[in-house]
Design a protein around this ligand. Structure first.
Ligand SMILES: [Zn+2]
Length: 170
């Protein structure tokens, strides 16, 4: 929210009230993933289950909406299409390119990947995103390839601070 919106609350109010009306009409499931691997970590998800789940959703007629499309629906006050949902992938692990991207392409699904961009202190290579949990991260070449094929990108924090307790400097 920028300052201008607070100076003139009407457009914000109009948007928010439409958004609330929208939430009464229907909700939109968002599936969020991090790293696709078979470890028992809190941010791991089995690539096999991911593939199976996406194939099942596709078979059942589910389609993904891109975040920009959601904004359009909300601004126009239209209900979301039946059986639509959103996929987001946090952090930008290399498994997103190796495991998730081929499945998404196969079933014509979109996703938004929130990248932990920042200084790569551990490696001189600036080709890959800095690792936040020790795993291998996406390269800029992989990011560009996905971008060219309908995958969207957004910004993540540089690491995983506990936001209410984080200092201003991080
Ligand atoms: Zn994250």
């Amino acid at each position: 929210m920028n300052k201008k919106s607070f100076d003139n609350p009407k457009p914000f109010y109009n948007f928010a009230s439409r958004a609330l009306d929208q939430s009464r009409i229907g909700s939109l499931p968002i599936l969020t993933f991090h790293d696709l691997n078979d470890r028992s970590s809190a941010i791991s998800f089995s690539p096999r289950v991911f593939h199976h789940g996406i194939a099942k959703l596709h078979e059942s007629g589910y389609k993904t909406l891109r975040l920009a499309e959601i904004v359009d629906y909300m601004q126009e006050g239209k209900p979301f299409p039946n059986r639509s949902f959103v996929i987001s992938l946090d952090d930008g692990n290399k498994s997103v390119f190796d495991k998730a991207f081929p499945v998404l392409q196969r079933y014509g699904m979109s996703a938004t990947i929130f990248l932990t961009v920042g200084e790569n202190k551990k490696s001189r290579s600036t080709d890959r995103l800095p690792s936040i949990a020790g795993g291998s991260m996406l390269s800029w070449k992989e990011i560009m390839e996905m971008h060219c094929r309908g995958i969207d990108f957004g910004a993540h924090t540089l690491n995983h601070p506990d936001n209410p307790f984080a200092s201003r400097k991080g």
